[in-house]
Structures are given as C-alpha cells and as structure tokens.
Design a protein around this ligand. Structure first.
Ligand SMILES: NC(=O)c1ccc[n+]([C@@H]2O[C@H](COP(=O)([O-])OP(=O)(O)OC[C@H]3O[C@@H](n4cnc5c(N)ncnc54)[C@H](OP(=O)(O)O)[C@@H]3O)[C@@H](O)[C@H]2O)c1
Length: 247
C-alpha cells in the first residue's frame, strides 16, 4: 500500500480507473435500526463482535464513514488491538488504516476524533463548492480532495485506488451505505443483528428507499453466518470478488 502521506489541500480527483474491494459493515437491531433517536450512540455490537470488527479494520487499507456519522458518533476509527497494530507495522503498514469521509457541505468539526485520534492519513472527499472552505478548516489535519459536484462515490473510489487503497471498509452511516449499495459499489456486506428492538420510527434504519441490485428477483448470496455471543453476523457476497469463507 502506498497511500498518500500528504496532509494538505489536494488536487482534483485523478483519472485512475478501477476501485478497491469494498466491504460494508453495519450493525442493526432486530427491527432494522442502526441507532436510536437519542443523542447518545446506541451500542448494538457486543465486546466479542467489536474485536471482530477491529480485526476486519486491521485487514483493510482504508475505512470510510459519511460526515453524518462523524457528527453523530464521533468515531475514532483506529485499530484498537496493540497486537493487530504491531502486526500491521511488521508488514510495513501504518498502525491503522487511512480514514476517509465524504461531505457535500464541509460541515466537519476539526476537533472530531476522526481527525485528532491516531496517526493515520485522513482524506476528505468534498463537493467542489465547499472545497476552499473545507481545505481552510482542515488545514494540517486532512487531505481535502475536490470530488466534483455532485460528488460521485465511484469517483472517490477510483481516486482511492489510485492512492494505493486495495481494500476499503465502509462503516456507514445510512446514507453512505445506501449509495454504495444502490450504485453497485459493494463487494461484501457484514450485517450484525443485535438481539433487541428499537421500535422508534424517528431512529435511522440501515438504509432508506432505493433501487437496490438485490431484490425478490435477485437474491444476494450468503457467504457466512456466525453467532458471536448474543449477536449474529451474516456475511453477504455482493459481487463475484467476494470469496466464501474469507473472514
Ligand atoms: N449501526 C451501525 O453500524 C452504524 C454505523 C455508522 C453510523 N451509524 C448511524 O448512522 C447515522 C448517520 O447516518 P447518516 O445517513 O445520517 O449519515 P452518513 O451516511 O454517515 O453521512 C451522510 C453525510 O455524508 C456526506 N455524504 C454522503 N454521501 C455523499 C455524497 N455522495 N456526496 C457528498 N456528500 C456525501 C454528506 O455530508 P454533509 O452533510 O457534510 O454534506 C451527508 O450528509 C447515525 O445515527 C449513526 O449512529 C450506525
């Protein structure tokens, strides 16, 4: 992996082709909610599953979340396990994957943990209209990339491939997952179901309305089902690139 080390304003998205292997990761309640309607982050996974997610992160070159998730959850998005960080370093990789986000409006808090925790490079794909403002806001903290107007996730993926990202984990939120799924930009989905209901329509669901490539006439393939303590992981293969049995 030769991911961009720059921490300054960047040029427009290049003409690179192809995209990384894209793995979507999400935890829901039994009734399909990914959060509740309160300000606090809802814990859906359990400790054992968090360790699994940590290992999946450690196996990726970059982790992407939408700007909405940074605002709502203030995630760290770093590899927590010292053993896994050391293993990455022994392989010549940075301790944690590159952090990536998408924003149209550039409403990002420079003190958010996305920007302040860990030494990983941070890349912000930004719609053209907000690039100047966002570059100034995040000076010294992130590489801000002009990703067009409207911002096309496929272009961002091509740019990531050009920066050496071969495997990308997309950790939400609802809007980002829906876009990647409807655009056919996902190779694999890790869906964890927590053993409770949220039962509040004000809360966000996994995805909203959309024309998804998997529907009653085209059912997705299950690559794996695993019980992890009191949650269940279903790994859906969404492209031919997803091999059965791979963790
Ligand atoms: N249970 C789970 O596994 C899980 C995981 C992650 C998040 N969540 C939950 O998901 C919720 C957040 O989801 P969300 O849908 O509100 O937010 P989101 O998908 O994280 O981010 C949406 C924001 O990202 C930017 N964005 C996304 N696609 C874009 C595009 N194509 N072009 C330009 N900008 C784009 C926009 O930012 P700007 O508004 O800045 O323009 C948009 O408002 C929270 O409740 C969080 O707790 C749950």
């Amino acid at each position: 992996m030769g991911v961009v080390p720059a921490r300054t304003a960047d040029t427009a998205v290049g003409a690179s082709t192809g995209r990384p292997y894209v793995l979507l990761s999400c935890a829901t309640s039994i009734d399909g909610y990914i959060d509740d309607a309160t300000e606090q982050r809802l814990l859906l996974s359990n400790a054992e599953d968090m360790d699994r997610i940590d290992a999946v992160r450690a196996g990726c070159d970059a982790i992407l979340v939408g700007a909405g998730t940074i605002r709502a959850d203030d995630p760290r998005l770093v590899v927590r396990s010292a053993r896994l960080r050391a293993a990455r370093q022994a392989a010549g990789l940075p301790p944690s994957p590159v952090k990536v986000t998408l924003t149209a409006r550039g409403l990002l808090d420079p003190t958010a943990r996305f920007f302040t925790v860990g030494d990983a490079d941070k890349i912000v794909y930004c719609a053209t209209a907000a690039v100047d403002k966002t570059t100034a806001l995040l000076a010294g903290l992130a590489t801000v990339v002009d990703a067009g107007d409207p911002l096309d996730p496929a272009r961002a993926l091509a740019d990531l491939a050009g920066r050496g990202v071969g495997r990308l984990m997309v950790e939400g939120g609802a809007s980002v997952h829906a876009q990647f799924l409807t655009a056919g930009l996902a190779d694999e989905l890790h869906l964890v179901v927590a053993p409770f209901f949220v039962g509040d329509r004000r809360a966000p669901r996994f995805v909203g309305d959309g024309a998804f490539p998997w529907h009653p006439g085209r059912r997705a393939r299950i690559a794996e089902v695993r019980q992890i303590g009191d949650v269940v992981l279903v790994r859906y293969a969404l492209s031919e690139r997803c091999a059965d049995g791979r963790p």
